[in-house]
Ligand binder design. Structure first.
Ligand code: A2P
Length: 276
């Protein structure tokens, strides 16, 4: 998968697999990212709220790669909304990452995590205006959202006319969020799949295991290939070398019939609250 890309609506190329760093501490992220970069990943997904941007930056320096060879995504924390807050925390991320631009900057969620479901439309629109300005100034190559539903994105487009390039959502076999999935496809908004292994909970699923056996591969590879074959960009997370290496070499050409079987997997994970 190392040479595979998606092309965003503004023609920016984004490496088709991102290394997910949610729940990796700032100290552990240095080694994990370094292994990822040495294994061929060129796309790292972090967030100010993960408290590991400095570690990501350290790994990039240690790798010897040039800044422009790596696609960095980071996110404005869900609780900071509005034009000035966006500016302030965007600059903090630039400082932590020791860079003068971000490849992809996302609004982490439509509401603060302490206020899930509450209407922050007005505040999100002000935040979005700031992100558009930063994008126009060249400080961000692409802008988007995360955990947004159709109505949340529609409000941004109605107010500004600017369609997000990306929506990063919790997406995996059994949690395919049809409404927002179809809406993003229709608007040419790339869906990034966070927790593509359902934070590990799909790795013992009996239906997935059966299909993995058929293709003589790992359950993880079926999960990641499913995301990719559905045109979503998976962001697998691991702190183990063999898994990090595996997760960028995952591709299995799952037949349409088997995809249909996987489409029917019911996942109890659906009932868990969102969090990235
Ligand atoms: P670890 O970090 O200990 O390697 P998700 O990407 O959906 O958030 O899932 C991450 C979870 O899945 C982590 O607990 C990670 O464990 C585990 N994991 C990641 N890749 C693999 C793999 N290839 N095989 C088995 N477990 C994996």
């Amino acid at each position: 998968m190392k040479d595979k890309y998606f092309t965003l609506a503004n023609n920016i190329k984004i490496p088709a697999v991102g290394f997910g760093t949610w729940q990796i501490s700032n100290s552990d992220v240095v080694d994990a990212c370094l292994i990822a970069l040495n294994s061929g990943y060129r796309h790292i997904d972090t967030a100010l709220a993960y408290n590991n941007e400095k570690g990501v930056s350290e790994a990039i320096k240690k790798s010897g790669l040039k800044r422009e060879e790596i696609f960095i995504t980071t996110k404005l924390p869900a609780q900071y909304k509005g034009y000035n807050e966006c500016l302030k925390y965007f600059n903090e991320s630039l400082k932590n990452l020791d860079t003068n631009y971000i490849d992809l900057y996302l609004i982490h969620a439509p509401w603060p995590w302490s206020d899930v479901g509450k209407d922050y439309t007005k505040e999100n629109i002000e935040t979005w205006k700031c992100m558009i300005d930063l994008y126009k100034q060249g400080k961000i190559k692409a802008i988007g959202v995360s955990n947004f539903q159709k109505k949340d994105i529609e409000a941004l487009i109605d107010a500004t006319g600017f369609i997000p390039h990306v929506n990063q959502i919790r997406y995996f076999i059994g949690n395919t969020q049809e409404e927002i999935y179809n809406y993003c496809q229709e608007k040419n908004i790339l869906i990034e799949a966070y927790s593509p292994l359902a934070t590990g909970n799909l790795l013992n699923d009996p239906i997935i295991s059966k299909i993995a056996q058929k293709y003589n591969t790992l359950n993880a590879n079926i999960c990641l290939s499913y995301c990719y074959l559905k045109h979503t960009l998976p962001l697998p997370k691991s702190t183990h070398k063999e898994r990090i290496v595996n997760n960028i070499n995952f591709f299995v050409n799952i037949s349409l019939d088997d995809i249909k079987i996987l489409d029917q997997v019911h996942n109890k994970e659906l009932d868990r609250p969102l969090r990235s």
